[in-house]
Design a protein around this ligand. Structure first.
Ligand code: NAD
Length: 247
């Protein structure tokens, strides 16, 4: 039997990048996946994974909107009667040095990266509690702890996700629900595509495994924390960065 056979997983921000990698790995592990994204591209991503044998469907969801999230959750419950896994992967950057950063750039990043967790966790937790089982895994970042020039908004948002995780795990553990984070390092996606080649090459020199990470690498990190076997691991952050941090 496959690791996630019979389980239903929501993966936000699944249209591309790391989210797409998580969708592929979870489908290969036997889960039925609800791919959430604001991009219509999510439909084509889901179709391609389905063509490879995955059980996956696209829902156009904005994770900052309670109406959008609640109606998608209601549809899943009506069709499948369960939600075992919530992966909060959707996230954005609006990089700018702090002196030049606008309040709008600050608020936008906080809203998508942090406030969305309030919305999505609120929507799925009653179902997980009723089932006595759940796995919530959210996207932090190496820069939550390491910091990065031009990312005061992003680093603060990714650190907030770790604090949210450590507190929520204390409230819901008794219902069989674990809450964790993955902190990706340097991963090849659209988010990092604008970085010049020489900076990528310099970055790789700092990574002990001597390569940039892939969306599938991240999919495997999420799979571990989302699996039944990880039931004694909660409130933690899994650093997935090829050994670059902390060291
Ligand atoms: P990406 O930009 O390629 O993909 C993010 C996805 O989230 C996109 O498909 C986007 O449409 C979706 N999204 C954005 N706002 C949304 C909203 N309001 N509702 C629903 N979907 C929304 O990014 P990525 O590189 O794949 O990163 C995925 C996650 O991993 C992010 O949270 C990011 O902060 C984190 N992360 C990435 C890296 C990296 O090196 N790429 C490193 C550390 C952490």
């Amino acid at each position: 039997m496959k690791q996630l056979e019979g389980q239903v997983a929501i993966i936000s921000g699944g249209a591309r990048g790391i989210g797409e990698g998580i969708c592929k790995v979870f489908c290969e592990a036997g889960a039925t996946v609800a791919l959430w994204d604001v991009l219509d591209q999510g439909a084509a991503t889901a179709e391609a994974i389905e063509a490879d044998g995955g059980s996956i469907f696209f829902q156009k969801v904005d994770v900052t909107s309670a109406d959008s999230v609640n109606s998608a959750v209601a549809e899943i419950i009506e069709k499948y009667g369960r939600i075992d896994i919530l992966i909060n992967n959707a996230g954005i950057i609006r990089d700018r040095s702090f002196m030049k950063m606008s309040l709008q750039e600050w608020n936008l990043v906080m809203n998508v990266n942090v406030n969305s967790l309030f919305v999505t966790a609120k929507a799925v937790l009653p179902h997980m509690k009723a089932a006595g089982y759940g796995r919530i895994v959210s996207a932090s970042s190496v820069n939550a702890e390491a910091g990065a020039f031009g990312q005061t908004n992003y680093s603060a948002s990714k650190a907030a996700i770790q604090g949210f995780t450590r507190s929520l795990c204390k409230e819901v553990g008794r219902y069989g629900i674990t809450v964790n984070c993955v902190a990706p390092g340097f991963i090849e996606t659209e988010m990092t595509a604008s970085i010049p080649d020489h900076i990528i090459a310099a970055g790789i020199k700092m990574i002990p495994v001597a390569r940039i990470g892939t969306p599938e690498d991240m999919g495997n990190a999420y799979l571990f924390l989302a699996s039944k076997g990880a039931g004694f691991i909660s409130g933690t952050t899994l650093h997935a960065n090829g050994g670059a941090y902390p060291s």
